[in-house]
Design a protein around this ligand. Structure first.
Ligand code: NDP
Length: 341
């Protein structure tokens, strides 16, 4: 794999956006941050429209001085640029039914996550541009870093170049939301989706499983709940290690640990060949993620995720995870720390 191209402010021309009506569908985490950043970058308020149902998000947008449109068909008709910034699982229904039929045939559609585009769940017209501008940050950081005059990491790509000028639009919009200040990395919906889903379905489940098993074994060996919770995560040591890894280097951060620790970690990890894990990871990547199997299964439970109680599959998973000794022990420790026991 080669090096990815990185785009900076100097690669983007904000002039491309002059007189364009820019509609933000959603004013949540990303919508509110990106719309405010874009306005701060000099895009006139009259060019910006927030499309949101009547509720508190719409009220927040109004309070911040934005024009708000509750009727999605009206918002769709006027949009030259449409940022889709509502939760991924509701995008196909809302976009395909309420926006797609009314959108201009040469509109630019912006997604902040690759999932729905990669799995072909959104209906676009051939003359439209479809671009991804995907911050690698939560919305509050997208806003606060911009307010401090700093950038944030972001992926950018053109997925459908209907007008032939998709890249110019993608870069101008990236710059307007503050994403090219630190450098926006050229990527694709495939790359973004694969990395996201792999982290969520392969890497982190194994990390959670390893913590669960480590907790059980050490508890059996006589370690207390308090000592284990603090040793393993409540001290924030793992968070510090990852912070050092980001600053100093994934392996170089080990130099901050004791010699015994450095020796143990390096010799231990190099001894583990990883063959079984490699096969397990490949199975998830190819047979669960890239095959579309996960996407298909998730589409079938999407509607249930809005339900209350045990019929919501996510609630059911949370309930099952409470059976983990690690979770039970942590509850006891936290209750005791709060003086409740
Ligand atoms: P939020 O959960 O914050 O979205 C909330 C917004 O969506 C509100 O405006 C809400 O308005 C609207 N909304 C929710 N349900 C519906 C619906 N059924 N119909 C119409 N509007 C609806 O989303 P995020 O900002 O977290 O995510 C937006 C996109 O950004 C996603 O693609 C996500 O993957 C991506 N992303 C998110 C990051 C994050 O930090 N969260 C990081 C990087 C990318 P109301 O309820 O009033 O309708």
């Amino acid at each position: 794999m080669g090096q990815a191209k990185i785009y900076y402010d100097s690669d983007a021309d904000l002039g491309v956006l002059s007189n364009k009506k820019i509609v933000f569908l959603g004013f949540g985490n990303q919508g509110s941050a990106q719309a405010q950043n874009l306005r701060d970058s000099g895009i006139p308020n009259d060019q910006i429209l927030i499309a949101n149902r009547v509720d508190s998000y719409a009220e927040t947008a109004k309070a911040k001085g934005f024009h708000v449109e509750h009727d999605f068909a009206t918002a769709a008709k006027v949009a030259d640029v449409l940022f889709i910034l509502i939760p991924d699982q509701v995008q196909p229904r809302v976009f395909n039914e309420q926006f797609s039929p009314k959108l201009k045939s040469n509109a630019t559609i912006v997604v902040a996550s690759g999932y729905n585009v990669f799995f072909n769940l959104l209906k676009f017209q051939p003359g439209q541009d479809v671009v991804m501008v995907a911050p690698r940050m939560i919305g509050s950081s997208v806003r606060s870093l911009h307010e401090k005059g700093r950038g944030f990491p972001c992926f950018v790509s053109v997925e459908q170049n209907g007008t032939g000028k998709g890249l110019d639009a993608a870069l101008a919009l990236s710059r307007a939301i503050g994403a090219t200040k630190q450098g926006a990395i050229a990527s694709s919906v495939r790359e973004e989706t694969v990395m996201d889903l792999f982290a969520e379905q392969a890497l982190w489940p194994n990390i959670i499983m390893m913590f669960r098993e480590a907790f059980n074994i050490l508890k059996d060996a006589g370690c207390s709940d308090e000592a284990l919770c603090y040793e393993m995560w409540m001290s924030k040591e793992p968070a510090e290690i990852f912070e050092r890894a980001a600053d100093d280097g994934f392996v170089a951060q080990l130099k901050h640990h004791s010699t015994v620790s450095q020796f143990g970690q390096l010799s231990g990890s190099l001894k583990l060949e990883g063959g079984a894990m490699r096969e397990h990871f490949k199975d998830i990547l190819y047979n669960q993620i890239l095959s579309g199997k996960f996407c298909e299964a998730f589409s079938q439970i999407e509607d249930d995720l809005d339900k209350e109680g045990d019929t919501n599959p996510l609630n059911e998973l949370y309930k099952r995870s409470e059976e983990m000794e690690l979770v039970k022990a942590e509850k006891r420790v936290r209750a005791r720390l709060a003086g409740l026991l």
